[in-house]
Design a protein. Structure first.
Length: 388
């Protein structure tokens, strides 16, 4: 074959190959894209909301002394269950007991002195009454001249002395009363301070830590125990997008990191979301407390938000377009985006409150599929969901 002829054949073959490739590409472009799909049907949904958390108490307090003292006795240790008012520890009270006894003695003396002063006042008032009567009689007989001036002057002087004695007695009573009140206050204060040598449980609860040993000199405020009240719960963090489904009183399960599982219920809902994680705190209390109880242990909480029969779609089928949640609906061989409103959900699917009807077909995995594409639905095991 001559060279010009060979070149022509090669050119024709290349042209035919390019035509074939273009034809195949065009056929593929026009062919529907196979996609996994399902038919939407009514399904019973057991709604659940999950979140991580830690074991916490409603109240946690640090117990410490109010005065400086040597720790002499410990009546509790970590892990002990205690009652309100129970003596947990004692400080050395020898000096304070002596001061309290001295204050009580001073109070007793002041009370006795007050009794004597009041008696002296009564005597002075009686003498004043007598001096007034005597002076009044002498004044009546002095004017006609029946008694000498010396006798009248003596009764007048006696009256003035009696009046000054009453004034002095009243002043003595007032002074002793003030001293007695001071003695009463000092006796009460020393008694109160003596009471501070005993560290008491402020509530029913559990001792979770002991911070001091016998013989330690404790300044005011130095921690001796840490304790929690009996209201123990799993403080969990729930995505704010699902918080509307959570209510106080809903049943929940709590799985601890140690592998233990407990039942409980929602006790309290937070009202402020974390600005970074967009989560809210939800406290789930235990029906039965873990034993041993480990404050701060990690947990996983599953809250049962209720059951309902509704249209349901897999969570994988839901996508967000321009801030709107929806699914890709297949109709007449093409996919189209349909906004939906969801309700209760669990780990796999969500109830559709608005936007779909039973019998419609949706794409199961629409992540890489744009609306408007020609598609060929492939119905598999997930084509129709049955109620649980």
């Amino acid at each position: 074959m001559k060279a010009p002829m060979r070149k022509m054949v090669i050119r024709i073959a290349l042209a035919l190959a390019l035509v074939g490739v273009a034809t195949v590409a065009s056929v593929r472009a026009l062919s529907p894209l196979p996609v996994p799909a399902m038919v939407v049907a009514m399904t019973e949904i057991r709604g659940t909301v999950r979140g991580p958390g830690t074991v916490q108490s409603k109240v946690q307090v640090t117990l410490s002394g109010k005065i400086t003292g040597i720790l002499t006795r410990l009546h509790a240790d970590q892990g002990d269950t205690v009652k309100m008012g129970q003596v947990l520890a004692e400080l050395d009270s020898t000096e304070l007991k002596s001061r309290t006894a001295a204050a009580q003695s001073a109070r007793g003396r002041s009370e006795r002195d007050l009794v004597r002063a009041r008696a002296d006042l009564l005597k002075a008032e009686a003498n004043l009454f007598l001096a007034r009567s005597t002076h009044a009689r002498n004044e009546e007989v002095f004017k006609p001249g029946y008694i000498p001036a010396a006798t009248f002057d003596a009764s007048k002087s006696a009256l003035r002395v009696a009046e000054s004695e009453v004034i002095a007695s009243k002043a003595a009573v007032d002074a002793i009363q003030a001293g007695s009140a001071q003695a009463v206050y000092e006796a009460a204060a020393t008694k109160d301070i003596l009471g501070y040598t005993r560290i008491l449980a402020p509530m029913d609860g559990l001792i979770i830590a002991r911070k001091a040993e016998v013989g330690t000199i404790l300044p005011p405020g130095a921690p001796v125990f840490q304790m929690v009240d009996s209201q123990i719960w799993a403080a969990s963090w729930i995505d704010e997008r699902t918080i509307a489904e959570v209510r106080v009183g809903q049943k929940a399960s709590i799985v601890l990191r140690s592998g233990r599982t407990f039942e409980g219920e929602v006790a309290r809902l937070g009202s402020a979301a974390d600005t970074v994680t967009r989560e809210l705190e939800v406290d789930v209390k235990f029906f039965n407390l873990p034993n041993p109880l480990l404050i701060g242990e990690e947990s996983e909480v599953t809250i049962e938000t209720g059951r309902l029969v509704a249209l349901a779609v897999p969570l994988s089928a839901i996508q967000v377009s321009n801030g709107t949640r929806g699914v890709l609906v297949i109709a007449e061989g093409r996919s189209s985006f349909r906004p939906i409103v969801t309700g209760a959900r669990n780990d796999e699917r969500a109830a559709v409150v608005k936007g779909l009807q039973a019998g419609e077909m949706i794409v199961l995995s629409p992540a890489e599929l744009a609306p408007g594409k020609r598609v060929r639905p492939q119905l598999g095991a997930l084509a129709m969901w049955k109620s649980e």
